[in-house]
Ligand binder design. Structure first.
Ligand SMILES: [Fe+2]
Length: 160
């Protein structure tokens, strides 16, 4: 996975970032399929091997999605950047690594379901952790889409 650099200014390329989101439907298909299991402790327990496999699939697609966004959707040292949008772009790009690590932790915890100890409590914990992760990912996507829109508005001079 790409490691974001620590340059002073960052912005997004709204057209590329939007296109990456539009074409990466596999990721959202995996999220939708996971949702059918991940919000139900009974299903998490009874389908634990399948569940871990789905989480690993999610992690791998997330890594690809974030790497593409960072390679083509964000760029450093633009000629001109609104400082407010720059700070948000930096924050959003840094969330990729955080979200990826949360997905890795989720897999570690879900794999403990294979041990067969405290499985009911562990399944409830994993369901709660997945719900939290899902909310963070959704918020990240909403914020990136809002930034795309604002960069577009900035380019065409809305509000000038
Ligand atoms: Fe992103």
């Amino acid at each position: 996975m790409a490691i974001a650099s620590t340059t002073s200014t960052v912005t997004v390329n709204p057209a590329f970032l939007k296109e990456i989101k539009d074409v990466n439907q596999d990721l959202w298909q995996i999220v939708a399929e996971l949702g059918e299991v991940a919000n139900n402790p009974y299903l998490v327990r009874s389908r634990r091997y399948q569940f871990v496999g789905m989480l690993e699939d999610l992690r791998d697609h997330l890594a690809l999605h974030f790497a593409l966004e960072e390679a083509y959707g964000y760029f450093d040292e633009p000629l001109r950047v609104d400082p407010r949008l720059c700070e948000r772009a930096k924050e959003l790009r840094s969330q990729h690594r955080e979200l990826y690590l949360v997905a890795c932790d989720l897999i570690d915890h879900a794999m403990q379901l294979h041990d067969g100890q405290n499985i009911r409590a562990l399944a409830r914990q994993v369901v709660a952790e997945y719900a939290e992760f899902r909310a963070q990912l959704q918020q990240h996507e909403q914020d990136e889409n809002a930034l795309i829109q604002e960069e577009w508005d900035e380019d065409i001079g809305v509000g000038d």
